[in-house]
Ligand binder design. Structure first.
Ligand SMILES: [Zn+2]
Length: 469
């Protein structure tokens, strides 16, 4: 498999440190609110990368954290008059509602920053002992970027071009040795949560949290580090700086970054106020449609959000589900087609699958992989309507369709069940019973009732077939 590595700016062959095993980390959410579609993109992207690596036979150890202590968390807790932990507990629970809905597999490790304070202090201590970190009295412990000759290697910025990676407390902060220095430990302020440290009570800086959780759960060097492209600088640059100076080795061999979700050409973000939470969107479109929509674009290309594009994604996904339902229906029915189209069908199914794998191998190109799925749908639909394929061949098409959509985390069986409500299935059964009893007036009455509810029922040699109108 090839992956585009932000570090080298090349698509590279992926080779894990240990054969057959992948250690992967992705920066998780700051849990002070529901997450929006722009936040969801990395969750779905790295879940898909993990699923694909597993599909290709790797054992994947995947860690995605929760940032449960920072200024936004503290402010939110103050606004609501509750503790920071209350906010974290609430929005971690809400995170799981949406992440599970989007069918993101639970990561192997999902630590909270506040459960990793020992590991954080360990890295601060290592940097302090090496003379790379220094204390600003009454403020915190800072990372001295001038002591790190490799600083800027991910973002490809030169140190003298850098404008204050430290962020929160400003470039011109007078106690800093260099404008780019950033806090790794922040001394306690009144009313804020704090922990003991050798330098005084306080809390961790944001960047050091990820460095610590990677070391604690995956080790000093990992295979893949992922995140949104807005994290390249300063967050990932600073993770590299801290980890590599403290541990004396490479932090991650491949840095993978997804592009933004845009609204009218602008990045969707809380600060711009143009964001839609997944919870907002799911009131109009089911979770699988949102996941499918995210995957219709290549992860390194921006995707545009609009109602229209989501509706298009819904229709596309429905086409795939309908194909799966038709295949299943034919497999379960009594009629057996002849096998004159088998050879052609099986060849086309295998070609679609090979092409799907080739596209996924090429830097996780889900956009073209989805085109391959539609190729398979078209082939399968033709075979079904011709009636010239055997059940064995149709079964191969059906299994392959489920297999490759499953790699993307799209579960068609769930879609089918959702497609036809239990109420309609019940009516179809009542109608079949009425027909069996030769009560045709009742059967017709039920058929009209089904139609009035937006579904059609068609009698076929395999039994009644239901479709949404
Ligand atoms: Zn991070």
């Amino acid at each position: 498999m090839k992956l585009f590595n932000t570090l080298t700016r090349y698509k590279e062959d992926f080779k894990p440190i240990t054969e057959g095993h992948v250690k992967m980390y992705a920066c998780g959410p700051t849990v002070y609110n529901y997450f929006h579609l722009g936040n969801a993109r990395p969750f779905v992207t790295f879940d898909t990368l993990r699923r694909y690596l597993e599909y290709r036979g790797y054992e994947v150890e995947f860690c995605q954290n929760f940032t449960d202590i920072d200024d936004k968390m503290i402010n939110r807790a103050k606004e609501e008059g509750v503790t920071v932990k209350d906010i974290a507990d609430k929005y971690i629970a809400e995170y799981y509602v949406d992440a599970d809905g989007l069918n993101c597999l639970r990561p192997t490790y999902q630590p909270r920053a506040t459960e990793s304070i020992d590991a954080i202090i360990g890295i601060v201590q290592a940097l302090y002992d090496k003379g790379i970190a220094y204390v600003i009295e009454g403020d915190g412990v800072y990372y001295d970027v001038s002591k790190d000759e490799h600083y800027g290697k991910l973002s490809h910025y030169k140190l003298d071009e850098l404008v204050a990676g430290g962020g929160e407390r400003g470039a011109s902060y007078e106690g800093k040795k260099n404008p780019g220095d950033f806090a790794i430990w922040k001394f306690k302020k009144e009313g804020e949560p704090f922990w003991d440290s050798p330098w005084g009570e306080g809390r961790p800086g944001w960047h050091i949290e990820c460095s610590a959780m990677i070391k604690k759960h995956l080790g000093d060097t990992i295979d893949i580090h992922g995140g949104g492209q807005d994290l390249i600088f300063p967050h990932h640059e600073n993770e590299i700086a801290q980890s590599e100076c403290a541990n004396g080795c490479t932090l991650a061999n491949y840095w993978v970054h997804n592009a933004f979700v845009n609204v009218d050409g602008e990045k969707m973000s809380k600060s711009l106020g143009n964001f839609f939470t997944i919870r907002d969107i799911v009131a109009h479109f089911p979770y699988p449609v949102i996941r499918f929509f995210i995957l219709t674009g290549h992860y390194r290309m921006p995707i545009n959000f609009s109602d229209e594009l989501l509706r298009a994604a819904q229709t596309s996904l429905q086409r795939i589900s309908t194909c799966a339902a038709n295949l299943k229906f034919n497999l379960e029915g009594d009629a057996e087609g002849d096998d004159s189209a088998d050879e052609e069908l099986i060849k086309a199914v295998e070609e679609s699958k090979n092409s799907f794998i080739a596209h996924m191998d090429d830097d996780l190109n889900t956009a073209d992989a989805i085109t391959d799925i539609f190729g398979l749908v078209k082939t399968a639909n033709t075979a079904v309507s011709s009636g010239k394929a055997s059940k064995a061949a149709l079964k191969q098409a059906y299994d392959t369709l489920l297999e490759i959509t499953g790699v993307l985390g799209i579960e068609l069986s769930a879609e089918e069940d959702n497609g036809i409500p239990a109420e309609i299935t019940e009516l179809v059964e009542q109608r079949a019973a009425a027909k069996k009893n030769k009560d045709f007036a009742e059967a017709d009455r039920i058929r009209d009732l089904i139609t009035s509810k937006g579904y059609s029922v068609k009698d076929t040699p395999q039994g009644p077939q239901v479709e949404k109108l």
